[in-house]
Design a protein around this ligand. Structure first.
Ligand code: G3P
Ligand code: MG
Length: 346
């Protein structure tokens, strides 16, 4: 029978299936909810003809603030309660690398927010591009720190510091300046600013929180994302040094992000719903074939056919083209995706 929304007589939580949602292009565009998203969320919370509640988590490549802050914001945007226990953003798995490196450069996001995220993850010594420009304003000829940036940036002598790794946590707000600084480090001797390696092979490793070349924001057409910054950096490094640089991306479609999501969902179902067995099916709803659909399909192969990819037409993927990776289903929007999963179950 078709699923309809509405207030049920009573509600119970299913242990059979669950949902995982991408955010940009599925639930939000430029911070505003996609119209059908609110009803989709209400349906998951029991407002459907079966009176069934379905557990769900969020898996976004976005980032730039703490998981706690992002969940407060998402709760307001979607008119539901969202907890960090059901939320993963692009940089969440980077937490596991905090003990591996000493001094690290953290790039991207607004103001000091990403430094605070990294420190919250346990990174011991976090440097920002602002700190480097404050120490030597000649670093970026066309970028001057604002008064606020100058105050927030920490003064230190970078001729005495080795930067051991570079983490791009969120989208750069200043591509030219940030790329100059990352290139300086990649071409340095062991991450010491002001030096030049003879081989261009001993710069620090670079980690990106995801690899989306484009994403779906408030503009009608897709906008450049962090994957574009990565491509740009790699091309510049090649043009200047003649060598290739190998960088690493986290986020979707990486399998480890889906493994992380599986553990999170397991914990979430246990803690909030008292469910101790794994679900038969996890419906992943996304808008980007290269991240959401590829990742879900690949992970499905490793997880005994328990993940199911649903592509929506409200974000990166648009009607009339063939998606680069084929989803299990394609629907108009997130409400259609929720109904599709529920109808398959009953
Ligand atoms: O910068 C965020 C964007 O690239 C993707 O976010 O929620 O679609 O994974 P999301
Ligand atoms: Mg998306």
């Amino acid at each position: 029978a078709p699923i309809i929304s509405g207030t049920p007589f009573r509600s119970t939580t299913t242990d059979k299936y669950a949902y995982a949602f991408d955010i940009d292009g599925v639930l939000l565009r430029g911070g505003r909810p996609i119209p059908e998203a609110l009803e989709a969320m209400r349906m998951l919370n029991g407002q459907n003809s079966y009176g069934i509640k379905i557990p769900y988590i969020f898996v976004t490549n976005g980032g730039g603030k703490t998981e706690q802050d992002r969940c407060i914001q998402l709760s307001q945007q979607l008119e539901i309660e969202v907890s960090p226990g059901q939320f993963i953003c692009g940089h969440t798995p980077m937490r596991e690398m905090a003990a591996t490196y000493g001094t690290v450069l953290v790039v991207g996001g607004e103001g000091e927010k990403c430094r605070l995220v990294a420190e919250g993850y346990g990174f011991k010594d976090v440097v920002t591009p602002g700190d480097i420009i404050k120490d030597n304003p000649d670093t970026t000829p066309f970028r001057k720190l604002t008064g606020e940036e100058h105050n927030d940036s920490r003064l230190r002598d970078f001729s005495k510091v080795d930067i051991e790794a570079i983490f791009v946590f969120a989208d750069s707000r200043d591509w030219a300046g940030d790329q100059q600084i990352i290139l300086d480090l990649l071409m340095s001797e062991n991450g010491r600013l002001g030096t030049r390696s003879k081989t261009f092979e001993d710069g620090p490793p670079v980690f990106f929180s995801h690899n989306d070349v484009v994403w779906s924001a408030s503009h009608d057409l897709t906008r450049l994302g962090m994957g574009a910054l990565r491509l740009s950096l790699e091309a510049m490094f090649k043009a200047i040094t003649g060598k290739d640089v190998y960088t690493t991306a986290f986020g979707k479609p990486q399998i480890r992000t889906f493994q992380f999501a599986t553990r999170l969902l397991q914990q979430w179902r246990k803690d909030t719903h008292g469910i101790d067995s794994p679900p038969d099916t996890v419906y992943f709803v996304g808008d980007t074939p290269e991240s959401d659909i590829l990742g879900t399909n690949e992970f499905n192969k490793q997880s005994k056919n328990t993940w199911y990819s649903i592509l929506v037409r409200t974000g990166v993927y648009q009607e009339g083209t063939k998606p680069k990776f084929t989803p299990n289903a394609t629907v108009d929007n997130v409400l259609g995706a929720v109904k599709h999963g529920m109808e398959r179950e009953y």
